[in-house]
Design a protein around this ligand. Sequence first.
Ligand code: IMP
Length: 193
Amino acid sequence: MARPIRVNGDAFVEMISERRIKAKIKSLAGQINRDYQGKIPVFIGILNGSFIFFADLIREIAVDCEVDFLKLSSYGDAKISAGNVRLLKDLNCQVEGRDIIIVEDIVDTGLSIEYMRHLIGPQNPKSLKVVTLLYKTDSVKPGTHVDYIGFRIPTDFVIGYGLDYAQRVRNLKAIYRLLPPKKGKRTPAKVQV
Ligand code: IMP
């Protein structure tokens, strides 16, 4: 196993490499390009976490499109969901009659997706779909529907590629998962970030 990196005293190890992320984004974009032929969808990025995924995905999109952003409250400094979602920045675009694609970095409990469906649904979009890079299979609420899923992952806390830990480490190129604390033995850290 690759040597862990340390953030705020916690150890993280690489889970998904930059190369695998790039390949997955090409495949997701390929599906979206096929499904939206002849349409002009509006991609809505959920800030802050999705900004890197959003930028990489949109550059693989071959159909004409528009973009906009929503900002929702995040975990803050914690590693688990607070269980409530707040809107920090609303949309600027017209939703009615448009093909909307919500772009999420990660679906954990699914509360954010549910919140956005309730926010955007009543504005009568022509269609409403969700794409996420990561999907935590075991923690997501039953009934949470996501149309395009990059990687299905266990309920580990993950960082990098836009995902933060207390607002830090979003700039890591790969995705790292938190290692459970080991009793007794300590693995030396490769990088301190
Ligand atoms: P949900 O509403 O519980 O599905 O959580 C979605 C949001 O929580 C994401 O957009 C992230 O901002 C944040 N989140 C969920 N899991 C993680 C994680 O493992 N690391 C960092 N942020 C996460």
